[in-house]
Design a protein. Structure first.
Ligand code: CP
Ligand code: NVA
Length: 306
């Protein structure tokens, strides 16, 4: 059987995504009731981090333990990965010693090369281009609060980064719309986002216009990891792209607010929005755990109906 990877959102079809959202619900419910769920007993996850993380590391490591398996953490600083070992060689070796690999790295090309030489499933834990596990959790969170995301409008305010690109791929697959507003010069690049062009996305120069009638308003840091040298320039360029109470007011009255975290209050979002009643950021963070447990179970065991 061909190995299945999750390197970008479109590696799954809509049927697989719907299965994962339903399965995450089952797994979350068992977790909340302390019902033992150990389908991955004796399986090992290796997590490779070339960038910092709190949520991704914790949710994968705790998640694998909760599924009955073990997780091993590697980072660039104290492994041979930081000393120039070719990624293809690392993939050959690492994938002989474990059952599944999660990687957080820089260019998407690095994880693609790793996956091409891996004997086991590889999961993207964030690259410069994509953050598919985040959007799996975000859509699961939306469904929990508001039901199906099909036909809904998501407003993305700020940088057209890895998280934005993944929302755009998800919209094409799951048939909802993303209304993006970025400062000039930071617009979405459809090729880099991996879009096929199904007409599920619109760009707006005015962030208020993007938020009008939205079911969900979401944003992310102005400067992603790896782009720190652009920080000062970006602070100036993005000053009018802070999600505030006025933007939430033009969205639907029941609109949710999401942020993948970590957040900078007073930069990309005002404190009264992220800490306000429409914000579901803590559920969103928690759901990384449940969604990724469903993901790892699916990649290793396929669909289960128990
Ligand atoms: N949202 C997210 O991926 O958080 P971490 O960088 O803490 O993993
Ligand atoms: N866009 C951010 C997400 C962090 C979880 C980054 O890549 O740094």
């Amino acid at each position: 059987m061909a190995i299945k990877h999750f390197l970008q959102f479109r590696d799954f079809d809509p049927g697989e995504l719907d299965y994962l959202f339903a399965r995450a619900r089952v797994i979350k419910d068992r977790f909340k009731r302390y019902v033992k769920h150990h389908p991955l007993a004796d399986r090992t996850l290796v997590m490779i981090f070339e960038k910092a993380s709190t949520r991704t590391r914790l949710s994968f490591e705790a998640g694998m333990q909760q599924l009955g398996g073990a997780a091993i953490y590697l980072n660039t600083r104290d492994s041979q990965l930081g000393r120039g070992e070719p990624v293809e060689d690392a993939a050959e070796v690492i994938s002989r010693m474990c059952d599944i690999v999660m990687i957080r790295t820089f260019e998407q090309d690095i994880i693609e090369r790793f996956a091409a030489h891996s004997r086991v499933p590889v999961v993207n834990g964030l690259t410069n281009e994509y953050h598919p596990c985040q959007i799996l959790a975000d859509i699961f969170t939306f469904i929990e609060h508001r039901g199906s995301i099909r036909g809904r409008n998501v407003a993305w305010i700020g940088d057209s980064n890895n998280v934005c690109n993944t929302w755009l791929q998800a919209a094409e697959l799951l048939d909802f719309n993303v209304r993006v507003s970025t400062p000039p010069g930071y617009e979405v690049e459809p090729d880099r986002a991996g879009l096929v062009g199904t007409g599920h996305f619109e760009q707006f120069s005015d962030p208020m216009k993007a938020c009008e009638g939205a079911d969900l308003v979401t944003t992310d840091v102005w400067t992603s990891m790896g782009f720190e040298a652009e920080n000062d320039e970006r602070r100036k360029a993005f000053a009018d792209w802070r999600v505030d109470a006025d933007m939430m007011r033009v969205a639907r009255p029941d609109a949710l607010f999401m942020h993948c975290l970590p957040a900078h209050r007073g930069e990309e979002v005002d404190a009264d929005v992220i800490d306000g009643p429409q914000s579901v950021v803590w559920d969103e963070a928690e759901n990384r755990l449940h969604a990724q447990k469903a993901l790892m179970e699916y990649l290793l065991l396929g669909r289960l109906d128990d």
